[in-house]
Design a binder for this molecule. Structure first.
Ligand code: FAD
Ligand code: SIN
Length: 537
């Protein structure tokens, strides 16, 4: 049975929650989220959110820092919009209940951190658990709002559009496609719900899990990017995957981030001998942009045959470390690492997708009434490389833009769309779950080895052959067996892998986060986005 809602939001990270709160000022909003509502990349954000906040900083500095990191590919209007609206949106977060850390000596002022690539201190934070604090406040505000309902453990499978429906009914498809809802798996009942909506918002986050080593939690499987691509929306810049330089290297702990804010407080990267190396790569040393630092660490690890390098924080006392970074300090202590007396073992890991579903300045995609906000979107803010702490900011600024746009257009959206029921066909329950695990592992490993921090054309081609094979197997499996949450994620992960490889092969130069040994220099002929969409659209 088809059901409907006015606005359907997929995902409950900062982008989805913030959008819901703004849209619910006028409309009824349903949020679907595939895990518990608090689980998301947002929840693990440590460093903070960037905004011009102090007297000695100004918009031009933040704009310039963002453009420099973006290596020629930022969309100027997106950067201007984001930076200039940042303080007002951060005020909104505060109004919704987020408590940012204040200065000890001046409790009337917020404490500002500095991170790589930022010329000024402008990172507001809640200790080193900024994301968790933002998510806490936003969920509480959503739960108190009668216009918002959140359905946990619902995995969106695919979007439904007018073109898809017309083809299914053997009718002539419309010229410009429009979204009319989505199918979602209710994980508890195992049923697929068909949910019609006048507006659908993809807020499904990033895709770090496509790599073997990542700072991202399990939810980050690129579902929104894959759903949008299958629906025929334009996707851009998937080659620009940001690797965070400092993920903890520890056998029991695969994804624990050691925040860039530690380098902002004077942390030094060192070899096992204790020798520093960053100043031989970049004059900004440890505070160079992430791509430079991640590549330098990768190079040192590979050429010296190391397992990791170290971040040395011993210039700060235990008390200072515990006060400034209580989460990191405590977590390391629980693993028997005392950062006041020992350097922290670190390695780079996949962290953030600069590419995603291409949007305009209001967050709308190339499909009418389909919006994308947060990490799943490619708004033009980050270009070829994201400046630290600009993504939580992008999430709230574009969520707000999208909510305004949704409000303005509501007068002329279609009446309640009705969706056909999900067709299970002849699919049966699978008794071969090992296939899913095996394929998942395979994708993550070849992506790490062939499409990682340093690429070559040959390695990309190898990855392309493997991804084709895997896609073929998944297609067969998908139609033969009843859908499960794991299968949905695997199918999306494979799609994301294909998109990253396709975009990376098209960019025959090095720029920002895409570095290939075959074309080590930037080439002015490639100062444009890498835009892809389904060939049959
Ligand atoms: P997410 O927060 O990832 O939320 C996505 C939501 O979508 C989740 O609720 C998920 O369950 C849901 N979802 C996914 N697929 C489906 C589906 N098929 N159906 C239904 N629901 C679905 N950025 C900063 O600016 N500052 C920082 O300090 C910072 N630190 C970070 C630290 C870590 C460890 C990580 C991993 C990232 C960090 N980032 C930081 C990046 C930033 O956290 C993310 O880019 C941002 O939070 C993304 O928000 P989002 O709402 O777009 O996605
Ligand atoms: C960090 O705390 O280092 C992460 C900041 C970010 O990803 O923007």
């Amino acid at each position: 049975m088809s059901e409907s809602t006015e606005v359907l939001v997929l995902g409950s990270g900062v982008a989805g929650l913030f959008f819901a709160l703004r849209a619910a000022e006028h409309r009824k909003v349903t949020i679907l989220t595939k895990s518990m509502r608090a689980e998301s990349n947002s929840r693990y954000a440590q460093g903070g959110i960037a905004a011009v906040w102090s007297e000695d900083d100004d918009y031009e500095h933040h704009i310039r820092d963002t453009l420099v990191a973006g290596a020629g590919l930022c969309r100027r209007e997106a950067v201007e919009q984001t930076v200039r609206r940042a303080p007002a949106r951060v005020q909104d977060l505060i109004r919704y209940g987020t408590q940012f850390t204040r200065r000890e000596e001046h409790p009337d002022q917020y404490d500002l951190h500095r991170e790589g690539g930022h010329s000024h201190r402008r990172i507001l934070h809640a200790d080193d658990l900024t994301g968790a604090e933002m998510v806490r406040a936003l969920i509480a505000a959503c739960e108190a709002n009668p216009n918002i309902r959140i359905l946990d453990h619902h995995t969106a499978i695919d979007l439904v559009t007018e073109k898809w429906l017309a083809r299914r009914n053997n009718e002539i498809p419309p010229e410009r496609d429009r979204v009319i809802g989505a199918y979602a798996l209710d994980q508890k009942s195992g049923e697929v719900r068909a949910i019609g909506a006048k507006v659908v918002v993809l807020a499904t986050g990033g895709a770090g899990k496509v790599y073997l080593y990542t700072t991202n939690p399990d939810i980050a499987t690129g579902d929104g990017m894959a759903m949008a691509w299958r629906a025929g929306a334009r996707v851009a810049n998937m080659e620009f995957v940001q690797f965070h330089p400092t993920c903890l290297y520890h056998p029991q702990e695969k994804s624990f981030l050691i925040s860039e804010a530690l380098r902002g407080e004077g942390g030094k990267l060192v070899l096992p001998s204790g020798a520093r190396f960053m100043d031989s790569y970049d004059a900004r040393a440890e505070l160079a942009p992430r791509d430079v630092v991640a590549r330098a660490i990768d190079n040192e690890i590979k050429r010296r045959g190391l397992s990791c390098v170290y971040l040395d924080m011993r210039h700060l006392s235990a008390k200072e470390l515990e006060t400034k970074f209580p989460n990191i300090y405590g977590h390391l202590r629980s693993l028997d690492i005392d950062m006041a007396t020992q350097p922290i073992p670190v390695v780079p890991a996949a962290h953030y997708f600069c590419g995603g579903v291409q949007t305009d300045l209001q967050g709308e995609t190339s499909i009418l009434n389909l919006f994308a906000v947060g990490e799943t979107a490619c708004t033009g803010l980050h270009g070829a490389n994201r400046l630290a702490s600009n993504s939580l900011l992008e999430a709230i600024v574009f969520a707000d833009q999208a909510a305004h746009s949704v409000h303005e257009r509501f007068g002329n959206v279609a009446s309640d769309p009705s969706l056909p029921d999900w067709d299970h066909g002849s699919a049966v329950d699978s008794d071969e779950l090992v296939v899913i695990n095996q394929t998942w592992e395979e994708i993550r490993r070849f992506m790490w080895n062939y499409v990682g921090i340093v690429r070559t054309h040959r390695r990309l081609k190898r990855a392309q052959r493997r991804v084709e094979l895997v896609q073929d197997e998944i297609r067969k499996y998908y139609w033969d067996f009843r859908i499960t949450a794991d299968l949905i994620e695997l199918r999306n992960l494979a799609m994301v892998a294909e998109m990253v490889v396709t975009c990376a092969l098209q960019r025959r130069e090095s720029r920002g986060l895409h570095y290939t040994l075959d074309f080590p220099e930037s080439d002015p002929r490639f100062i444009h986005d890498t835009v892809i969409s389904r060939p049959d659209q």
